[in-house]
Design a protein around this ligand. Structure first.
Ligand code: NAD
Length: 368
């Protein structure tokens, strides 16, 4: 298969962790016989330095030409005092919008070897393997009207939670499809006891369920879901919810995994004519200026994002599973960076990347 990928290393630890993720992709392409076409572009602070804008037109053109984009992280302390529209992080919002990636997927897994890093008791967190699907381009963050008007005691702020049925359907179908490939259980999260918006959400999800008789759908109110994620995280399979609820719940769930350096994310948009899903893949963490350039950054979130790209954009399930298994083996062997508090000497970013590559099983055919 031809894999056309744009790499945007960005700032801080971004280049260090994406380098390891790219090496893993090269290794997989080599072992499984895929043709890898890699392009590299500028985003964030690096782009401001070179082109005076966080999202240059050239980067946009490259992103629209390629099938999938792997992003490191953006943000540099020197830009911290600037208004949001001039900061590196603006590049991130712009590229998500340009690619029209409407579903944000965040897998949260409790690795056996990292149970002690979780703030929850081992018995509660053990076995957790959740996929959160968050609608990314609608709802309160984009709805009109919005703004602040008036003055004094009458000063009023308005935000609008707006969803069209078609927007709910497309993310809903994606969540059902994903649940079908996993544990076949989907939990739709809303606030249907109070919000008309959520009533449309719930009705739409219930109607879609008829097309997926093999997937068990249930509904949870968002406040109850926030509680259940802490009480019984291992009982969830796929969660789907609107933008604001997803923003909050995915951060809540992310602490279950132990370190922010472990968390990948995938944002998926349209299906392209070649059958590939256009996607943007990035670690959840930022540019970590405090450890940049020191070889201390954990590359596993970036490597996990590369695995997610193989799975969701290219449908290469065996390859993605092989990378994930290699990550688990690397963790179990204790070959980890300092953020995961290893018993012995911490490994460097490069050493962890090398350990993952060494642990990737060759494809079945090659094992012969
Ligand atoms: P951060 O995620 O960069 O760092 C938070 C803490 O986690 C730091 O102590 C850091 O050393 C540690 N950490 C983060 N990733 C790690 C990794 N892979 N391995 C080991 N330790 C890791 O968040 P922050 O400090 O709030 O933000 C720093 C900059 O990153 C800011 O400019 C912020 O705006 C930007 N940011 C960017 C993104 C993104 O690009 N998606 C996300 C969040 C923050």
């Amino acid at each position: 298969m031809e894999l056309k990928i744009l790499v945007l290393p960005g700032d801080g630890i971004g280049p260090e962790v994406t380098r390891e993720a790219v090496r893993v992709l090269e290794h997989v392409a080599d072992k499984w016989g895929h043709a890898l076409t890699l392009r590299e572009g500028l985003l964030g602070g690096a782009a401001i330095h070179a082109a005076r804008t966080p999202f240059p037109d050239e980067t946009k053109a490259l992103a629209l030409e390629t099938d999938a984009t792997l992003l490191g992280a953006v943000g540099l302390p020197e830009f911290d005092e600037l208004p949001p529209s001039q900061r590196p992080e603006k590049g991130l919002l712009d590229i998500r919008k340009a690619l029209d990636v409407y579903a944000n997927l965040r897998p949260v897994q409790a690795y056996e070897s990292l149970l002690e890093s979780s703030p929850l008791k081992n018995a509660i967190v053990r076995g957790t393997d959740i996929l959160i699907v968050r609608e990314l381009t609608g709802g309160l963050y984009f709805g009109q009207p919005r703004g602040i008007s008036g003055s004094g005691a009458g000063e009023t702020a308005v935000n609008s939670m707006v969803y069209r049925r078609s927007e709910i359907e497309r993310v809903g179908r994606m969540a059902f499809d994903l649940a079908r490939k996993r544990g076949k259980r989907l939990t739709s999260v809303d606030k249907a006891n109070v919000l008309e918006n959520s009533q449309l959400w719930r009705r739409t999800m219930t109607r879609l369920a008829a097309d997926y008789p093999d997937v068990a759908l249930d509904h949870l109110l968002v406040d109850n879901c926030a509680m259940q994620l802490i009480l019984r995280p291992s009982s969830f399979d796929v969660l789907v919810t609107e933008n604001l609820f997803g923003d909050i719940l995915s951060d809540e769930a992310s602490v279950l995994a132990g370190s922010i350096g472990m968390l990948p994310s995938a944002s998926i948009g349209k299906r392209l004519p070649n059958g590939v899903w256009r996607g943007l893949y990035e670690p959840v963490h930022g540019s970590a200026p405090d450890i940049a350039g020191q070889g201390k950054a954990n590359p596993l979130a970036a490597i996990g994002s590369a695995a997610a790209m193989l799975q969701y954009s290219f449908g290469l399930l065996e390859e993605a599973a092989a990378v994930e298994a290699a990550v688990r083996r690397t963790l179990a062997a204790g070959r980890v960076t300092a953020d995961l508090k290893p018993a012995g000497e911490p490994a460097t970013t490069e050493q962890v990347g090398q350990a993952v590559r060494n642990a990737i099983d060759p494809p079945r055919a090659a094992r012969g």
